[in-house]
Design a protein. Structure first.
Length: 465
């Protein structure tokens, strides 16, 4: 059997991290089993679906490198097929026409609630003679659901879950206006897309029983289901805006790397021993659905930030430089020319050691794109006493004749410190302030080398006046 999974988001809001994790699990499961990963946009709710939300889903998946193996399928394009299957069920006796009006259904509901019964359709058209059909009322089509026995789902995560068929009423599959209901459309699409495994959030578990009944009515083999527990906030409550970033693209804006977010989401609810840092290739090799836990997981931003720092240090310098330049692009206080880009690239090994997010990284690189005189932060300007300025002038003289490679610069600074009877820190600190406008930066020799002789001397001169 070819393994085929799908991610089936409704384009009614943002692509949140719960959805991203569902997509990731479907992707990894398919790749692990040499199968295919598909995308279906569930846009049957025309009122609430927006093109913007579709774009956000596609952009988010592309950013996470979870590109589907086939072009996305739009559920709304398949309404004719959904109706066709409903009529097949009607013809085979597995469905029937229901002429109950909205008013009648409301009364039925109110009566059931008043009697302390769950509000369910009472099946009044199930066995009624179609000749009784009232004139001028368009019927809905309802599933003739089994009334005895139980429906069992052997869930790959939750184990065997069952519900008595008496608990479920005859659901509508095709509304009186001819549009399919959501549960029906999902089944028809999953069947036609030859989906072998449905991996989704456990908020859909109750839908599964009804969906299985549709498979049975059509004589179709249902896929295997795996319902993954939801992601909660650190406080255990349902994840919401209150907990910080929840949209995938917000994580991008906040400076997280897609591989770090994927690594984090993978570890959230799935484990492989103590392994924390897991690359995409390793994840494909190791992932299987049986190691997904049953407990809801909690979002831990501190842990994600830590992982991000680890991935950042491993990331390619050219890629990070491009990201930094993009993030600083609109800063009017900087000059982002090729010279600045080359400086940022040169210092990237040192910069990325100190940053936990791309936002921090960009901020820490900004000084390289400044034009002297540099703005000084409070600590830096406190360092620049008259004595320090005198020291800076001496350092400038010493550096004027030095080769601007990190090794030679280090040696020159040490020699100057020794000659002047100063500690290296007394030399490096005012120098760092002059070169960067702050008191934190990568090693002073690497910083000098990245700036180059002319720029370094210009900055020292501006700061020591
Ligand atoms: N469209 C549903 C959602 O966005 C998913 C349905 C499914 O995976 O079957 O929650």
């Amino acid at each position: 059997m070819t393994i085929r999974t799908r991610f089936a988001p409704s384009p009614t809001g943002l692509l949140h991290i719960g959805g991203a994790r569902t997509a990731l699990f479907n992707f990894l499961f398919a790749r692990h089993h040499c199968g295919q990963f598909l995308l279906r946009i569930e846009d049957t709710d025309r009122e609430r679906s927006t093109q913007h939300a579709v774009d956000v889903i596609l952009e988010g998946l592309a950013w996470l490198d979870l590109t589907p193996d086939e072009p996305p399928l739009f559920q709304s394009s398949r309404a004719v097929r959904h109706a066709e299957v409903a009529y097949q069920m009607l013809a085979s006796g597995h469905a029937y026409r229901c002429y109950s009006t909205p008013d009648e259904l409301r009364q039925m509901r109110e009566q059931a609630i008043a009697d302390g019964r769950p509000p369910r359709y009472d099946g009044r058209w199930r066995d009624r003679d179609p000749a009784d059909a009232p004139a001028g009322v368009a019927p809905a089509i309802r599933l003739r659901a089994p009334r005895d026995g139980e429906t069992v789902v052997d869930d790959l995560v939750q184990g065997a879950v069952r519900v008595a068929n008496a608990e479920m009423d005859d659901m509508i599959i095709l509304r009186s206006d001819g549009t399919p209901t959501y549960l029906h459309a999902v089944v028809v699409d999953d069947h036609d897309m030859e989906i072998s495994h449905v991996i989704r959030g456990d908020d859909h578990l109750t839908n599964t029983f009804r969906q299985v009944q549709i498979y049975q009515a059509m004589g179709w083999a249902p896929p295997r289901f795996g319902h993954v527990p939801l992601i909660h906030g650190a406080d255990g409550a349902k994840l919401s805006k209150r907990h910080g970033a929840v949209s995938v693209l917000e994580f991008e804006a906040q400076g997280f790397l897609p591989e770090a977010l994927c690594n984090y989401l993978l570890r959230l609810g799935w484990g492989h021993g103590d392994a924390e840092i897991i690359s995409r290739d390793e994840a494909i090799r190791l992932f299987d659905i049986d190691a997904v836990g049953r407990a809801a997981s909690r979002m831990d931003y501190a842990k994600l930030t830590h992982l991000n720092g680890v991935w950042l240090r491993q990331a390619d310098d050219t890629r990070l430089t491009a990201d930094v330049l993009r993030r600083l692009r609109d800063r009017t206080d900087l000059v982002l020319d090729d010279v600045a880009a080359a400086r940022i690239l040169a210092l990237m090994p040192g910069l990325k050691e100190r940053a936990k997010t791309l936002v921090e990284l960009a901020e820490s690189a900004a000084f390289l794109a400044r034009v002297p005189p540099l703005p000084m932060d409070q600590k830096a300007s406190a360092l620049l006493t008259d004595e320090a300025k005198a020291t800076l002038r001496e350092i400038a003289a010493a550096l004027a004749a030095t080769d601007f490679s990190a090794g030679a610069l280090d040696a020159a600074l040490r020699a100057y410190a020794e000659h002047a009877g100063k500690k290296l820190g007394q030399v490096a600190q005012p120098l760092r302030a002059a070169l960067t406008g702050s008191t934190v930066s990568p090693g002073i020799d690497a910083t000098l080398a990245a700036l180059g002789r002319d720029e370094a001397l210009a900055r020292i001169s501006a700061a020591s006046r």
